[in-house]
Ligand binder design. Sequence first.
Ligand code: SAM
Ligand code: SF4
Length: 337
Amino acid sequence: MTAIASPARPLIDRFGRHISYLRISVTDRCDFRCVYCMAEDMTFLPKKDVLSFEEIEAIAGAFIARGTTKIRLTGGEPLVRRDIMDLVRTLGQRIGHGLDELTLTTNGSQLRKHAQGLFDAGVRRLNVSLDTLDEQRFRDITRRGRLAEVLDGIDAAQDAGLAIKINMVAMRGVNDDEIEPMMAWAHGRGMGLTLIEGMPLGEVGIDRVDCYLPLRELHDTLARRYTLTRLDKQTGGPARYSHVAETGGVLGFITPMSHNFCESCNRVRLTATGQLFLCLGQEDQVNLRDALRDGGLPALDAAMDHAMAIKPKGHDFVIDRSRPAPALGRHMSVTGG
Ligand code: SAM
Ligand code: SF4
């Protein structure tokens, strides 16, 4: 398979959106159990159902050949998959050959071990998820994690030359009092901070209605206290960014609940078992693993065309007492955040 710069058959869906960003969940497993993401007693997929690295590489190659320029590895926790760096190195070799960027979203727990290897493989930026700087609160939110390990991992990643953006799920009554301190901390260390609205994905350990914090409201509150200048930064993701004059850093807002950003959606998500989900908030999917296993690369290519024909226009999350069940039964760790 050769990656080409201007693909003959780019992936364009029926609404004219060009799909150039593939998120790959390399595992549904994780060493944390964040309350908004997983239940305490999660059942994980049998390992035999999970795509092999060869299958992930074949699918990634097929996407790159059709115009995918950005790949993000996620999960579950991508850095807990055994030998994950083998995959990172192989995909890293595609950078400059069709692929512009290979990046990861990680909880940071294994970063000290892998930071230099990630940089050497061509990774330049990471998203690290961190919702609090308070040790006890961190333990409560992650149900497993140790804050010190994550902070140490962030140090190691910065020392290795990786740019970091911190992702913080903003939760009313849980960590909303830390938003400004987290911003000061992140910006003080040259890292961006992006706030995320909690989404109703899967049965978990918190009351999503109580914790839901509309970021539009928060943006307006912060705009009264800080000088926020909207940036036209295009990262291929759904975040809207502002420059904060007082801290000199960048603050992002991901607002899947209060603002629908689907019109510019350029991404699709591959689960650890090879289903291609076409929207984080919808069930539409195509099974790329079966296509590849049963019919090889031609069948994979045809399945990608089918995916473009059925990618939904957008999502419609609702958090509301009258609809107490999660909007989707699927956890974020399955789809790949
Ligand atoms: N384990 C890695 C991590 O935590 O960064 C990668 C996977 S995690 C599912 C990716 C992102 O999804 C994290 O930033 C996490 O905070 C976010 N996330 C998980 N469940 C969520 C939910 N229900 N609503 C909003 N964000 C969620
Ligand atoms: Fe694990 Fe990330 Fe989900 Fe937390 S948000 S449980 S770290 S996959």
